[in-house]
Design a protein around this ligand. Sequence first.
Ligand SMILES: Cc1cc2nc3c(=O)[nH]c(=O)nc-3n(C[C@H](O)[C@H](O)[C@H](O)COP(=O)(O)O)c2cc1C
Length: 325
Amino acid sequence: MKTRITELFGIEHPIIQGGMHYVGFAELAAAVSNAGGLGTITGLTQGTPEKLAKEIAKCREMTDKPICVNLTFLPTFEAPPYPEYIRAIIEGGVKIVETAGRSPEAYMPAMKEAGIKVIHKCTSVRHSLKAEKIGCDAVSVDGFECGGHPGEDDIPNMILLPRAAEELKIPFVASGGMADARSLVAALAMGADGMNMGTRFIATKEAPVHENVKQAIVAASELDTRLVMRGLRNTERVLTNPAVERILEIEREKGADIAIDDIRELVAGVYPKVMMEGDMDIGAWSCGMVAGLIHDVPTCKELVDRIMAEADQLIRARLSGMIAA
Ligand SMILES: Cc1cc2nc3c(=O)[nH]c(=O)nc-3n(C[C@H](O)[C@H](O)[C@H](O)COP(=O)(O)O)c2cc1C
Protein backbone atom coordinates (compact mmCIF):
# COMPACT_ATOMS: atom_id res chain seq x y z
CA MET A 1 0.00 0.00 0.00
CA LYS A 2 1.27 3.45 -0.89
CA THR A 3 0.23 6.51 1.14
CA ARG A 4 1.80 9.85 2.00
CA ILE A 5 3.13 8.23 5.19
CA THR A 6 4.79 5.25 3.47
CA GLU A 7 6.37 7.73 1.04
CA LEU A 8 7.49 10.14 3.75
CA PHE A 9 9.14 7.49 5.90
CA GLY A 10 10.24 5.05 3.20
CA ILE A 11 8.30 2.13 4.69
CA GLU A 12 6.29 -0.65 3.06
CA HIS A 13 3.10 -0.52 5.13
CA PRO A 14 1.41 2.53 6.74
CA ILE A 15 1.67 1.08 10.25
CA ILE A 16 3.68 2.69 13.05
CA GLN A 17 4.48 1.41 16.53
CA GLY A 18 4.21 4.32 18.95
CA GLY A 19 6.84 4.97 21.60
CA MET A 20 6.02 3.13 24.82
CA HIS A 21 7.74 3.47 28.16
CA TYR A 22 9.62 0.26 29.06
CA VAL A 23 8.25 -1.47 25.94
CA GLY A 24 9.99 0.41 23.12
CA PHE A 25 13.35 -1.33 23.11
CA ALA A 26 15.43 -2.42 20.11
CA GLU A 27 13.79 -5.89 19.91
CA LEU A 28 10.29 -4.52 19.29
CA ALA A 29 11.34 -1.59 17.10
CA ALA A 30 13.41 -3.88 14.86
CA ALA A 31 10.63 -6.47 14.63
CA VAL A 32 8.07 -3.87 13.54
CA SER A 33 10.45 -2.30 11.02
CA ASN A 34 11.44 -5.73 9.67
CA ALA A 35 7.73 -6.46 9.23
CA GLY A 36 7.50 -3.42 6.92
CA GLY A 37 6.09 -0.95 9.44
CA LEU A 38 7.94 1.70 11.43
CA GLY A 39 9.31 0.57 14.80
CA THR A 40 10.07 3.05 17.56
CA ILE A 41 12.63 3.04 20.38
CA THR A 42 11.41 5.02 23.38
CA GLY A 43 14.16 7.57 24.10
CA LEU A 44 13.63 8.37 27.77
CA THR A 45 13.12 4.72 28.75
CA GLN A 46 16.81 4.14 28.06
CA GLY A 47 17.68 6.42 30.98
CA THR A 48 20.59 8.41 29.51
CA PRO A 49 21.61 9.67 26.05
CA GLU A 50 24.56 7.22 26.13
CA LYS A 51 22.24 4.27 26.73
CA LEU A 52 19.95 5.49 23.95
CA ALA A 53 22.96 5.54 21.59
CA LYS A 54 23.65 1.90 22.53
CA GLU A 55 20.02 0.91 22.01
CA ILE A 56 20.00 2.55 18.57
CA ALA A 57 23.24 0.72 17.66
CA LYS A 58 21.69 -2.56 18.87
CA CYS A 59 18.57 -1.94 16.79
CA ARG A 60 20.71 -1.15 13.74
CA GLU A 61 22.27 -4.62 14.11
CA MET A 62 18.79 -6.13 14.01
CA THR A 63 17.35 -4.23 11.02
CA ASP A 64 18.49 -2.19 8.05
CA LYS A 65 15.00 -0.69 7.64
CA PRO A 66 14.03 2.81 8.82
CA ILE A 67 13.52 3.13 12.58
CA CYS A 68 12.14 5.91 14.75
CA VAL A 69 12.97 7.25 18.21
CA ASN A 70 10.29 8.67 20.52
CA LEU A 71 11.09 11.78 22.53
CA THR A 72 8.46 12.53 25.16
CA PHE A 73 8.53 16.03 26.61
CA LEU A 74 7.39 15.48 30.16
CA PRO A 75 5.71 17.94 32.48
CA THR A 76 8.65 17.93 34.88
CA PHE A 77 10.77 20.52 36.64
CA GLU A 78 13.96 18.56 36.11
CA ALA A 79 13.93 18.22 32.33
CA PRO A 80 15.97 15.34 30.91
CA PRO A 81 18.92 16.52 28.75
CA TYR A 82 16.91 16.66 25.51
CA PRO A 83 19.66 18.23 23.35
CA GLU A 84 21.94 15.31 24.24
CA TYR A 85 19.22 12.78 23.46
CA ILE A 86 18.80 14.50 20.09
CA ARG A 87 22.56 14.31 19.50
CA ALA A 88 22.45 10.56 20.17
CA ILE A 89 19.63 10.23 17.65
CA ILE A 90 21.49 12.22 15.00
CA GLU A 91 24.79 10.42 15.56
CA GLY A 92 22.97 7.08 15.49
CA GLY A 93 21.76 7.92 11.97
CA VAL A 94 18.07 7.79 12.91
CA LYS A 95 16.05 9.90 10.48
CA ILE A 96 12.60 9.79 12.07
CA VAL A 97 11.59 11.12 15.49
CA GLU A 98 8.20 10.83 17.16
CA THR A 99 7.72 13.69 19.60
CA ALA A 100 4.99 13.77 22.23
CA GLY A 101 3.92 15.56 25.38
CA ARG A 102 4.66 19.20 24.81
CA SER A 103 5.49 21.06 21.59
CA PRO A 104 8.86 20.13 20.06
CA GLU A 105 9.30 23.70 18.76
CA ALA A 106 12.53 24.43 20.65
CA TYR A 107 14.19 21.33 19.19
CA MET A 108 12.94 21.61 15.60
CA PRO A 109 15.96 23.53 14.20
CA ALA A 110 18.44 20.90 15.44
CA MET A 111 16.35 18.03 14.08
CA LYS A 112 15.58 19.69 10.74
CA GLU A 113 19.22 20.60 10.21
CA ALA A 114 20.08 16.92 10.59
CA GLY A 115 17.46 15.94 8.00
CA ILE A 116 15.20 14.29 10.57
CA LYS A 117 11.52 13.85 9.81
CA VAL A 118 9.37 14.73 12.82
CA ILE A 119 5.98 13.21 13.57
CA HIS A 120 4.34 14.88 16.57
CA LYS A 121 1.66 13.12 18.58
CA CYS A 122 -1.34 15.36 19.26
CA THR A 123 -4.68 14.84 20.98
CA SER A 124 -6.41 17.84 19.40
CA VAL A 125 -6.82 19.63 16.09
CA ARG A 126 -5.35 22.86 17.51
CA HIS A 127 -2.17 21.11 18.62
CA SER A 128 -1.96 19.38 15.22
CA LEU A 129 -2.17 22.73 13.46
CA LYS A 130 0.55 24.11 15.73
CA ALA A 131 2.73 21.11 14.85
CA GLU A 132 2.16 21.80 11.16
CA LYS A 133 3.02 25.48 11.68
CA ILE A 134 6.33 24.79 13.42
CA GLY A 135 7.49 22.49 10.61
CA CYS A 136 6.57 18.97 11.70
CA ASP A 137 6.40 16.60 8.74
CA ALA A 138 3.41 14.61 10.00
CA VAL A 139 1.11 14.25 12.98
CA SER A 140 -0.05 11.23 14.95
CA VAL A 141 -3.61 12.12 15.93
CA ASP A 142 -4.33 10.39 19.23
CA GLY A 143 -8.02 9.98 20.05
CA PHE A 144 -9.70 9.70 23.45
CA GLU A 145 -9.62 5.88 23.17
CA CYS A 146 -5.85 5.75 23.30
CA GLY A 147 -3.66 4.08 25.87
CA GLY A 148 -1.46 6.58 27.69
CA HIS A 149 -2.25 10.30 27.77
CA PRO A 150 -5.39 11.24 25.78
CA GLY A 151 -5.25 14.93 26.79
CA GLU A 152 -8.19 16.73 28.32
CA ASP A 153 -10.58 17.29 25.38
CA ASP A 154 -12.04 13.76 25.26
CA ILE A 155 -12.70 13.69 21.51
CA PRO A 156 -12.86 10.14 20.11
CA ASN A 157 -11.29 9.30 16.77
CA MET A 158 -14.62 9.03 14.92
CA ILE A 159 -14.76 12.84 15.21
CA LEU A 160 -11.11 13.78 15.72
CA LEU A 161 -9.77 12.14 12.55
CA PRO A 162 -12.19 13.74 10.06
CA ARG A 163 -11.71 17.06 11.88
CA ALA A 164 -7.94 16.71 11.48
CA ALA A 165 -8.47 15.89 7.80
CA GLU A 166 -10.53 19.07 7.39
CA GLU A 167 -7.76 21.27 8.75
CA LEU A 168 -4.34 19.70 8.11
CA LYS A 169 -2.20 19.87 5.01
CA ILE A 170 0.56 17.57 6.29
CA PRO A 171 -0.20 13.83 6.45
CA PHE A 172 -1.38 12.25 9.69
CA VAL A 173 -1.80 8.78 11.11
CA ALA A 174 -4.70 7.66 13.28
CA SER A 175 -3.64 6.69 16.79
CA GLY A 176 -5.69 5.26 19.64
CA GLY A 177 -7.98 2.27 19.32
CA MET A 178 -6.21 0.88 16.26
CA ALA A 179 -5.79 -2.91 16.21
CA ASP A 180 -6.52 -4.51 12.88
CA ALA A 181 -7.46 -4.12 9.21
CA ARG A 182 -10.81 -2.61 10.13
CA SER A 183 -9.01 0.13 12.06
CA LEU A 184 -6.65 0.81 9.17
CA VAL A 185 -9.32 0.97 6.47
CA ALA A 186 -11.58 3.14 8.65
CA ALA A 187 -8.66 5.46 9.43
CA LEU A 188 -7.85 5.80 5.74
CA ALA A 189 -11.52 6.50 4.99
CA MET A 190 -11.50 9.29 7.58
CA GLY A 191 -8.54 11.01 5.96
CA ALA A 192 -5.53 9.48 7.71
CA ASP A 193 -2.58 8.13 5.73
CA GLY A 194 -1.87 5.27 8.10
CA MET A 195 -2.18 4.18 11.71
CA ASN A 196 -0.14 4.17 14.90
CA MET A 197 -0.61 1.35 17.41
CA GLY A 198 0.56 1.10 21.00
CA THR A 199 -1.34 -1.47 23.06
CA ARG A 200 -1.70 -3.90 20.11
CA PHE A 201 2.08 -4.08 19.68
CA ILE A 202 2.64 -4.94 23.37
CA ALA A 203 0.77 -8.21 22.83
CA THR A 204 3.28 -9.51 20.27
CA LYS A 205 5.92 -12.22 20.58
CA GLU A 206 8.83 -9.78 20.19
CA ALA A 207 7.65 -7.15 22.69
CA PRO A 208 10.33 -7.41 25.38
CA VAL A 209 7.90 -7.37 28.32
CA HIS A 210 6.82 -9.98 30.86
CA GLU A 211 4.35 -12.59 29.60
CA ASN A 212 1.89 -11.44 32.32
CA VAL A 213 1.53 -8.08 30.55
CA LYS A 214 0.64 -9.71 27.23
CA GLN A 215 -1.85 -12.05 28.90
CA ALA A 216 -3.43 -9.16 30.85
CA ILE A 217 -4.06 -7.33 27.57
CA VAL A 218 -5.50 -10.43 25.89
CA ALA A 219 -7.76 -11.05 28.92
CA ALA A 220 -8.95 -7.43 29.18
CA SER A 221 -12.13 -6.16 27.55
CA GLU A 222 -12.92 -2.69 26.26
CA LEU A 223 -14.52 -1.98 29.65
CA ASP A 224 -11.35 -2.50 31.65
CA THR A 225 -9.49 0.79 31.31
CA ARG A 226 -9.79 3.78 33.64
CA LEU A 227 -8.74 7.44 33.46
CA VAL A 228 -6.47 8.50 36.31
CA MET A 229 -4.85 11.86 37.16
CA ARG A 230 -7.70 13.83 35.60
CA GLY A 231 -7.66 16.33 38.48
CA LEU A 232 -3.97 16.94 37.84
CA ARG A 233 -4.63 17.69 34.14
CA ASN A 234 -2.31 14.83 33.29
CA THR A 235 -4.97 12.28 32.41
CA GLU A 236 -3.75 8.77 31.70
CA ARG A 237 -5.72 5.80 30.39
CA VAL A 238 -4.59 2.70 32.28
CA LEU A 239 -5.66 -0.91 32.77
CA THR A 240 -7.69 -1.26 35.93
CA ASN A 241 -6.32 -3.17 38.93
CA PRO A 242 -6.62 -2.74 42.72
CA ALA A 243 -3.96 0.02 42.74
CA VAL A 244 -5.84 1.95 40.04
CA GLU A 245 -9.12 1.61 41.93
CA ARG A 246 -7.29 2.95 45.02
CA ILE A 247 -6.05 5.97 42.98
CA LEU A 248 -9.62 6.68 41.88
CA GLU A 249 -10.81 6.42 45.50
CA ILE A 250 -8.14 8.92 46.63
CA GLU A 251 -9.03 11.22 43.73
CA ARG A 252 -12.72 11.10 44.76
CA GLU A 253 -11.84 11.85 48.39
CA LYS A 254 -9.50 14.74 47.64
CA GLY A 255 -11.50 16.28 44.79
CA ALA A 256 -9.99 19.54 43.54
CA ASP A 257 -7.34 19.42 46.31
CA ILE A 258 -5.60 16.38 44.81
CA ALA A 259 -1.80 16.66 44.52
CA ILE A 260 0.64 14.28 42.86
CA ASP A 261 2.05 13.34 46.29
CA ASP A 262 -1.34 11.84 47.24
CA ILE A 263 -0.92 9.12 44.61
CA ARG A 264 2.81 9.20 43.85
CA GLU A 265 3.59 5.68 45.12
CA LEU A 266 0.85 4.23 42.89
CA VAL A 267 2.01 5.95 39.69
CA ALA A 268 5.77 6.57 39.97
CA GLY A 269 8.41 3.97 39.20
CA VAL A 270 5.73 1.45 38.26
CA TYR A 271 6.77 0.62 34.69
CA PRO A 272 9.92 -1.49 35.26
CA LYS A 273 8.06 -3.58 37.85
CA VAL A 274 5.10 -4.20 35.55
CA MET A 275 6.91 -4.60 32.24
CA MET A 276 9.97 -6.52 33.42
CA GLU A 277 8.86 -8.36 36.53
CA GLY A 278 5.21 -8.88 35.55
CA ASP A 279 3.95 -7.42 38.83
CA MET A 280 0.59 -6.48 37.35
CA ASP A 281 -1.08 -4.91 40.38
CA ILE A 282 1.75 -2.70 41.65
CA GLY A 283 0.35 0.52 40.17
CA ALA A 284 -1.05 2.30 37.11
CA TRP A 285 0.24 1.45 33.63
CA SER A 286 -1.05 2.68 30.29
CA CYS A 287 -3.38 0.52 28.21
CA GLY A 288 -5.91 1.41 25.52
CA MET A 289 -9.60 0.50 25.24
CA VAL A 290 -8.44 -1.43 22.18
CA ALA A 291 -7.50 -4.27 24.55
CA GLY A 292 -11.07 -5.43 23.84
CA LEU A 293 -10.02 -6.16 20.25
CA ILE A 294 -6.81 -8.00 21.12
CA HIS A 295 -7.25 -11.76 21.35
CA ASP A 296 -3.84 -13.22 20.54
CA VAL A 297 -0.07 -12.77 20.75
CA PRO A 298 1.27 -13.02 17.18
CA THR A 299 4.72 -12.07 15.90
CA CYS A 300 4.94 -8.51 14.56
CA LYS A 301 5.25 -9.91 11.05
CA GLU A 302 2.17 -12.12 11.47
CA LEU A 303 0.25 -9.12 12.80
CA VAL A 304 1.31 -6.68 10.08
CA ASP A 305 0.85 -9.25 7.28
CA ARG A 306 -2.61 -10.12 8.60
CA ILE A 307 -3.62 -6.46 8.78
CA MET A 308 -2.46 -5.75 5.25
CA ALA A 309 -4.06 -8.90 3.77
CA GLU A 310 -7.38 -8.25 5.51
CA ALA A 311 -7.29 -4.55 4.55
CA ASP A 312 -6.90 -5.60 0.93
CA GLN A 313 -9.91 -7.91 1.28
CA LEU A 314 -11.98 -5.24 3.04
CA ILE A 315 -11.33 -2.67 0.35
CA ARG A 316 -11.52 -4.94 -2.71
CA ALA A 317 -14.31 -7.28 -1.65
CA ARG A 318 -16.48 -5.70 1.02
CA LEU A 319 -16.31 -2.00 0.12
CA SER A 320 -16.01 -2.10 -3.64
CA GLY A 321 -18.58 -4.95 -3.66
CA MET A 322 -21.06 -2.59 -2.00
CA ILE A 323 -20.56 0.00 -4.71
CA ALA A 324 -20.84 -2.59 -7.48
CA ALA A 325 -24.15 -3.71 -5.98
C1 LIG B 1 2.28 0.98 28.05
C2 LIG B 1 2.27 2.23 27.23
C3 LIG B 1 3.28 3.16 27.40
C4 LIG B 1 3.31 4.32 26.62
N1 LIG B 1 4.35 5.20 26.77
C5 LIG B 1 4.43 6.29 25.96
C6 LIG B 1 5.55 7.16 26.03
O1 LIG B 1 6.48 6.98 26.84
N2 LIG B 1 5.59 8.23 25.17
C7 LIG B 1 4.59 8.46 24.26
O2 LIG B 1 4.68 9.41 23.49
N3 LIG B 1 3.51 7.65 24.19
C8 LIG B 1 3.41 6.58 25.00
N4 LIG B 1 2.33 5.72 24.88
C9 LIG B 1 1.29 6.00 23.85
C10 LIG B 1 1.52 5.19 22.56
O3 LIG B 1 2.67 5.61 21.89
C11 LIG B 1 0.33 5.35 21.59
O4 LIG B 1 0.17 6.71 21.25
C12 LIG B 1 -0.96 4.83 22.18
O5 LIG B 1 -0.73 3.61 22.83
C13 LIG B 1 -2.01 4.65 21.10
O6 LIG B 1 -3.18 4.11 21.63
P1 LIG B 1 -3.52 2.53 21.62
O7 LIG B 1 -2.85 1.99 22.84
O8 LIG B 1 -5.00 2.51 21.69
O9 LIG B 1 -2.97 1.94 20.37
C14 LIG B 1 2.27 4.57 25.68
C15 LIG B 1 1.24 3.63 25.54
C16 LIG B 1 1.22 2.48 26.28
C17 LIG B 1 0.11 1.51 26.09
